[in-house]
Design a binder for this molecule. Structure first.
Ligand code: CP3
Length: 364
């Protein structure tokens, strides 16, 4: 199975974009930059569109999801759009009773804790993803040469919500289940992997030029638990798009110690949170993997001079890697002044990718 005819990476629309070039360790025509959670509450135009519409409904209305996805690209001139959706959308489409409670996050009416409950989970049908494919088609038709990034939650992060039934701080529920009920855990992680894999695949087939798997809560895991109980399921989710040959980004937070294991799970690019400088991440990963990150969101409210120095430092350290896409080290906080994000994009685009940050006395 290859990309369908008319896909932006097949007809060449996005093939030479700065994002795809950096993801493929090629020299981009300008420094690519986008922001996790770039669509959302920091934008007044988003808040206006969302008025009176629930989060999940806005994800499942293709016209709304497409428009919200496009808003930050128009405003900031980012080098990618990230599809507006949520990691629990596949659960919702499968028929699981889940909602996103404002200010809280995903909440399930029935937490999944036993093997019997896992076995009773509905399997997703491909047709369930039609609203997603339609939203992606509408978005890509407007984006032209700017790539759309599709995404899904990694099995651990999705299963953490399913086991706890709501957000939690230390994810003790899923981490306990791995050891107290390993068969139930593995079955749940594999269910979540099939759901997230199908979600990624629907987005790529409809026109996404890259994918990102968010394992936001993997940082709560020890390395051995990650390798044995989590990485195989994440690999399965990535496998769903392997033969489509789009760049695959793997991102988590608090994952400095897990980076090599996360790379082995099947990523082409590693997303790095704000805790680890990019040159050190590059060293830990063996120097062969393009990186994405990692402006600390805590700098977004600092005076511009302080933020600018930080962004330049991130770019300098990122130039150690074979490719670097500038991003935050986690999502845009809702209270962020969006003009600050536009200014970061302007700064990144004004600098020559990679070389401008090398020591002027040293030839590459
Ligand atoms: O990055 C983007 O712009 C694309 C959209 C996107 C959303 N969720 C939209 C959203 C993405 C990539 C996600 C992924 C997601 N969802 C993750 C992984 C990324 C991360 O931030 O670590 C996680 C853990 C979730 C689960 C989730 N959904 C949480 C914790 C929340 C916040 C709850 C709140 O109100 O504070 C959501 C809701 C959500 N998903 C919002 C958005 C824009 C906020 C809803 C709103 O605007 O009312």
């Amino acid at each position: 199975m290859t990309l369908p005819e008319g896909h932006p990476l097949r007809d060449g629309r996005t093939t030479h974009s700065p994002l795809i070039a950096a993801y493929r360790s090629q020299v981009p025509s300008r420094q690519p930059v986008w922001f996790m959670r770039q669509a959302g509450r920091s934008l007044p135009e988003y808040r206006a569109l969302r008025r009176g519409v629930s989060m999940l409904d806005s994800c499942l209305r293709p016209d709304l999801a497409a428009e919200i996805t496009l808003q930050p690209v128009r405003r900031h001139d980012t080098d990618a759009a990230i599809f507006f959706s949520d990691i629990v959308i596949p659960l919702k489409l499968a028929g699981v009773d889940v909602d996103i409670v404002p200010g809280v996050g995903p909440v399930l009416s029935e937490p999944i804790r036993t093997l019997a409950q896992v076995r009773a989970l509905p399997e997703l049908t491909d047709s369930a993803f039609e609203p997603i494919r339609e939203a992606v088609r509408l978005t890509v038709a407007e984006l032209g040469s700017t790539p759309l990034i599709g995404f899904a939650g990694a099995p651990f992060t999705v299963a953490a919500y399913m086991v706890e039934g709501r957000p939690s701080r230390d994810h003790l529920g899923p981490r306990t289940m791995m050891h107290s009920a390993p068969e139930a855990w593995d079955a749940l992680a594999h269910w979540a992997a099939r759901a997230s894999g199908a979600f990624l695949r629907a987005q790529v087939e409809a026109g996404a030029s890259a994918v990102q798997l968010f394992d936001s809560w993997a940082g709560s895991l020890g390395l051995e638990d990650y390798r044995q109980r989590v990485a195989p399921a994440s690999a399965l989710a990535f496998d769903a798009v392997r033969e489509l040959d789009v760049p695959r980004v793997h991102f988590g937070t608090g994952t400095s110690e897990l980076l090599p294991a996360m790379l082995e799970a099947g990523a082409d690019v590693m997303g790095i949170d704000y805790r680890l400088p990019l040159d050190e991440a590059n060293r830990r990963l063996g120097g062969r993997t393009p990186l994405q990150g990692n402006i600390d969101p805590a700098y977004l409210e600092a005076p511009w001079e302080v933020l600018e120095a930080h962004v330049r430092e991130v770019l300098k350290r990122g130039s150690a890697a074979p490719g670097h896409v500038l991003n935050l080290g986690h999502g845009v906080p809702p209270e962020t002044d969006p003009s600050v994000l536009s200014r970061i994009v302007e700064l990144a685009h004004s600098l020559e990718p990679g070389s401008a940050h090398r020591d002027p006395g040293v030839e590459p």
